[in-house]
Write a protein that binds this ligand. Structure first.
Ligand code: GLC
Length: 636
């Protein structure tokens, strides 16, 4: 009869022997030479339910402790709008933070890397001193797929330069009503322009080789996983009310709001974000027909569907009032990763419970995790999970800023140039006596960048990030003999008006994001209209409008000599002066209808009763005073 001690010794020896022969062997999922689908199958087969549900969980960085990452097998972390390691964090400090969370994820039993996401929607806009590009409302005016692809490439590079792997962009909304607070995130009211500019995905992720088309594809260390959003119909809600109901027939849904998602899948988009809004009364986060049957079935999407921020909570009214139902309805409908972002224990325990009770089949969990792993393998996270510190100086580089400056130039639309009987005002002379630069937006970098810049709702002032205000740009552009006077909001009988040759009046909307931008009147906030009237009644004036959309301008139009729509140009205000003073010509054409009155809305090109102030496609042109080629060489 063998003693207990002897048996234990034999077992111990066997375990040591087994460990020694398997220790050197690499699991299939760890082998980069194996096909991705084989690696997924191998890894999935090793995972338990807790590890699978952890992969489906995305949490906000403020509650992403190392312990949470390890104990709950968290698969993804995000920075919500404005959520930085600290104010003015450097790219290295960002990378240190992301790498720290990654090390915690890698220390779990199977060492599955986490994927970190952020809203890099017009450059790497959460990060101080990053290059801030014009918002999509301006890029739509350029109608330049190549330019937008370059912007995607620069954005991806600057995102990876902070150690982050995933950008919640592009927004493919087809904004059909400018009263919507997110209309500036939409390229155009015309879906063909939105489709054309899905080239942002090529820039963000890289262009997939022929045999990879449709499968998630992210080409290397300077590219990021993209996210086409918000699926579907986010820009078509009733009266532009954010997160509301999009009431459409099939031809509108599939003919206007859906086409850009087809382009996205052909470009191997890695992820798609569900919209808060509803289609014909069905919440998109609970819409199995559109999320699974159409997107994954008919269109063949192979990446993962991510919820929006607390998107599953908002399935119910009031939000989070029946979280178990929210979990069940969203995961069943086809949401694969849930942007929780705070109540992750409640989410994880709730989903595990629903699986254990067979309310949600394990097959649905396995499908979701398969899609998530597919994106992680495609993004190279298993091979190089940690950020590359050699990239940190790419953030806000001069070459990137030159590209943004070019995008600003091409985004401007000249709506008026001269009054009847008066000569055209633009391009302005660089050599003259005295000019006045005035207005709330003339010397405010935060205003010219708009929402989703440093903070979720944007910022005001010039100390938040690097860039060039329009005032600074004018001063740099004019001849040194020309006197430039600045007054943000001159008094009624402003003394500066003496011997003025002309005035540049820069006014518009203050930054906003999402519902805070919803508007029923679309007026230019005070004191903008007063500044226009006060200055333009005495002096030749060019008004430069900084806005996320067309705004009420007709009442002042006859007083204005020249009118420029600059939208939300971003950090490189020099692009505005380049065109105002003739180094480059105006080329932009409206990608949105400019209404006369708000009571005409919604009003889009092609509507039977179409009576705009400036029609879709309108834009006056000017010739550059010197022959300069407008290109920026970039190796991306
Ligand atoms: C926001 C937005 C979405 C963004 C997400 C993460 O509420 O709807 O566009 O990507 O949350 O910040």
């Amino acid at each position: 009869m063998m003693s207990r001690k002897y048996v234990s010794l034999v077992v111990l020896m066997f375990l040591c022997f087994h460990a020694s022969i398997t220790e050197g062997q690499q699991a299939i999922y760890e082998d980069p030479n194996q096909p991705i689908e084989r690696r997924i199958k191998d890894l999935l087969g090793k995972m338990n339910l807790e590890e699978k549900v952890g992969q489906m969980t995305q949490i906000e960085r403020t509650n992403a402790t190392a312990d949470a990452m390890k104990s709950y097998f968290i698969g993804s972390v995000l920075s919500g709008g404005g959520s930085a390691p600290k104010v003015n964090a450097t790219p290295k400090e960002w990378m240190d933070m992301v790498n720290g969370l990654q090390q915690a994820a890698l220390s779990t039993r199977l060492g599955i890397p986490m994927i970190y996401g952020i809203d890099a929607v017009h450059g790497h806009n959460n990060v101080a001193n990053a290059t801030i590009f014009p918002h999509n409302v301006g890029l739509g005016v350029t109608r330049d797929p190549q330019l937008v692809m370059q912007i995607g490439g620069v954005t991806a590079l600057e995102v990876r330069a902070t150690g982050i792997h995933y950008a919640f962009a592009p927004c493919l909304a087809v904004c059909r009503d400018p009263r919507w607070g997110r209309c500036y995130e939409s390229y155009s009211e015309d879906h063909t322009i939105v489709q054309q500019l899905t080239t942002l995905i090529d820039g963000l992720q890289g262009i997939p080789p022929g045999d990879m088309k449709g499968m998630p594809y992210v080409h290397g260390k300077t590219k990021v996983a993209g996210c086409s959003k918000h699926y579907v119909g986010d820009g078509g809600t009733v009266n532009g009310i954010n997160e509301n109901n999009t009431i459409v027939d099939d031809s509108t849904l599939y003919g206007i709001h859906m086409p850009a998602y087809v382009n996205s899948i052909a470009k191997s988009i890695a992820t798609v974000m569900a919209s808060y809004s509803s289609v014909n009364g069905v919440k998109m986060h609970a819409n199995k027909q559109l999320l699974t049957d159409h997107l994954k079935g008919k269109l063949g999407f192979q990446g993962f569907v991510i919820s929006d921020w607390q998107g599953i909570d908002r399935i119910t009214s009031p939000p989070h009032s029946n979280y178990t139902y929210s979990i069940q309805a969203s995961v069943t409908a086809g949401v694969d990763m849930i942007m929780v972002p705070y109540e992750y224990k409640e989410f994880i325990n709730g989903l595990i419970d629903l699986v254990k009770k067979n309310v949600i089949p394990m097959s649905r969990i396995d499908d979701a995790v398969t899609r998530i792993l597919r994106v992680k393998f495609a993004t190279g996270l298993f091979e190089y999970p940690l950020g590359d510190y050699s990239l940190v100086n790419e953030v806000g580089s001069q070459t990137h800023r030159e590209l943004a400056r070019r995008a600003v130039r091409k985004s401007l639309v000249l709506l008026k140039n001269g009054k009847p009987g008066n000569p055209t005002l633009l391009p302005l002379p660089k050599i003259t006596g005295k000019i006045l630069v005035t207005g709330t937006h003339a010397n405010n970098l935060g205003y010219q960048c708009g929402g989703w810049t440093i903070e979720w709702q944007g910022v005001s002032g010039n100390n938040w990030t690097a860039g060039t205000t329009i005032l600074e740009a004018v001063k740099k552009t004019v001849d040194k003999k020309t006197k430039v006077v600045y007054k943000m909001n001159p008094s009624k009988d402003y003394p500066e008006k003496t011997n003025l040759d002309f005035a540049i009046v820069v006014v518009g909307e203050v930054p906003y994001a999402e519902t805070r931008g919803d508007s029923t009147n679309l007026t230019i906030p005070d004191p903008g209209p007063h500044i226009i009237e006060n200055i333009c009644k005495n002096t030749k004036c060019v008004v430069v409008l900084i806005s996320g959309r067309p705004v009420v301008i007709e009442p002042y139009l006859d007083k204005i000599d020249a009118l420029v729509a600059a939208w939300l140009p971003g950090s490189e205000g020099q692009g505005v002066a380049d065109v105002l003073f003739g180094d480059f010509g105006f080329t932009g054409k409206l990608a949105r209808t400019w209404f006369k009155r708000v009571d005409q809305l919604p009003m889009n090109v092609g509507d039977p009763s179409y009576d705009p102030l400036f029609p879709f496609g309108f834009g006056l042109e000017t010739q550059p005073t010197s022959q300069t080629t407008d290109t920026v060489k970039l190796e991306l």
